[in-house]
Design a protein around this ligand. Structure first.
Ligand SMILES: Cc1cc2nc3c(=O)[nH]c(=O)nc-3n(C[C@H](O)[C@H](O)[C@H](O)COP(=O)(O)OP(=O)(O)OC[C@H]3O[C@@H](n4cnc5c(N)ncnc54)[C@H](O)[C@@H]3O)c2cc1C
Length: 391
């Protein structure tokens, strides 16, 4: 009987595994793929995500250090800067493998190439049925990502409106050519995928270029991505990878009596930017902490609810704010995008409040007060356009 069985070895499962191992829980982590494995992702790790790690990332994991963002809409763009680091670019294949090694080094048991088929809650334990065996655990953390269905053992099925969609292509190029085109800079393109956006991230030896948007509004997403790539000068037959992204905010249930959900399985993704790695890491850690407290101090089962409260307290307001922001962008795409690229102050404030302080609430309030409620039309007309897109 394990204290904790973790389903999935992505950032959330691996981070939970490391915390559980450090807290002395008898832990089994089960991952269906053999690592290292490919994962469709832009590979941008925010400074918040980085701050959640209790170790330094080695140089071979960090492909680029990003301090500048360029936001485009039609033929306009605006730039914002955050020194020394706004985000790191990593390859998920390398990063996820490294996180799993950091979990393994705490002494937990890791099974790769084994798929969990079901988790059945009994009164005193959970039966975890896999392709290879049946394991018993006092608690099970489902960190299966966005595509799995085990999470529906905890909460009702999601609606299509609760999902975003992401498509990505990796486009090879020479290291220097990439660095010269995007010196420590990432590119965001509004107006590409309805209320979502397109991105170009300069990795080491390849560009990650993709689109994210809300599933229900994205008709023919592959064509949207291929048109975007062509427009940005990437011609060729690049493989396209796609994946769903949960964007419903924080209101979903993430605990039943002996099961917990974390990361994408719990829906912990910024609905506006679709950033999920940070919340996957942090929620995995918090879930393992809650189980460790319960096991170590023989607390009541109901104390697992502390996990839900901890997530709400740490990033609940932020994720709820991201959902509001995403809705505004969908309702008023033209005016929102125009506004975003018309005034450097809007991006600077976003970088200060949202990226650094993780505070959507004050940012949205500031936007409303300064640009929407007070003479909106004349204010928008008076905005100076700061750049012209040459790409
Ligand atoms: C196109 C795209 C681009 C993105 N770009 C970014 C970005 O730049 N920055 C960012 O922060 N976020 C990004 N995201 C979101 C980010 O990828 C996710 O939020 C993050 O991967 C969630 O981590 P996780 O550990 O919850 O799930 P995952 O990373 O999906 O890991 C889940 C793991 O569980 C395993 N698994 C699943 N089912 C089972 C099973 N039944 N048994 C055993 N193992 C199982 C899977 O193999 C997988 O390894 C992007 C998403 C997409 C789709």
């Amino acid at each position: 009987m394990y204290d904790l069985i973790i389903v999935g070895g992505g950032p959330s499962g691996a981070s939970a595994g490391r915390t559980a191992g450090k807290r002395g829980l008898l832990t089994l982590l089960i991952e269906k793929e053999n690592f290292p494995r490919y994962k469709p992702c832009g590979g941008s790790l925010s400074s918040y995500g980085l701050s959640c790690l209790d170790f330094k990332l080695p140089e071979y994991v960090i492909e680029r250090n990003i301090s500048k963002v360029r936001v485009h809409f039609r033929d306009r763009f605006v730039e914002g800067m955050k020194e020394p680091t706004m985000a790191l670019l990593i390859s998920r294949k390398v990063f996820d493998n490294f996180l799993l090694e950091k979990a393994r080094e705490t002494g937990i048991e890791v099974h790769t190439g084994e798929k969990v088929l079901d988790c059945i809650e009994k009164e005193d334990y959970v039966e975890v049925i896999t392709t290879d065996n049946t394991h018993l655990g006092r608690f099970v953390l489902i960190a299966e990502g966005s595509g799995g269905t085990l999470k529906y053992r905890v909460r009702p099925r999601d609606k299509k409106t609760d999902y975003g969609l992401g498509l990505v292509s990796e486009i090879p190029d020479k290291y220097e050519a990439i660095r010269n085109r995007f010196p420590r800079t990432i590119d965001i393109h509004f107006g590409i995928a309805q209320g979502g956006y397109g991105w170009i991230f300069p990795h080491s030896g390849y560009y990650s270029a993709g689109i994210v948007g809300t599933a229900q509004y994205l008709e023919n997403p592959k064509k949207v991505l291929l048109d975007f790539l062509q427009e940005k000068g990437f011609s060729g037959d690049f493989p396209v990878h796609s994946h769903i992204i949960p964007t419903g905010g924080i209101k979903r249930k993430s605990v039943s009596s002996r099961l917990l959900l974390s990361g994408d399985a719990a829906g912990f993704v910024d609905a506006f930017t679709k950033e999920g790695i940070s919340y996957a890491i942090r929620s995995g850690q918090l879930a393992a902490e809650a189980v460790a407290d319960l096991v170590m101090y023989s607390l009541k089962l109901s104390s697992l609810k502390a996990y839900e409260s901890a997530c709400r307290q740490e990033f609940g307001n932020y994720l709820a704010g991201s959902l509001k922001m995403e809705k505004v962008m969908h309702c008023f795409p033209e005016i929102s995008f125009k506004l975003a690229v018309s005034n450097g102050e809007i991006l600077d404030k976003y970088l200060d409040e949202v990226v650094t302080k993780r505070n959507y609430k004050d940012y949205v309030r500031w936007l409303l007060l300064n640009f929407c409620l007070a003479e909106p039309v004349s204010r928008i007309k008076s905005l100076t356009l700061e750049g012209t897109d040459k790409n």
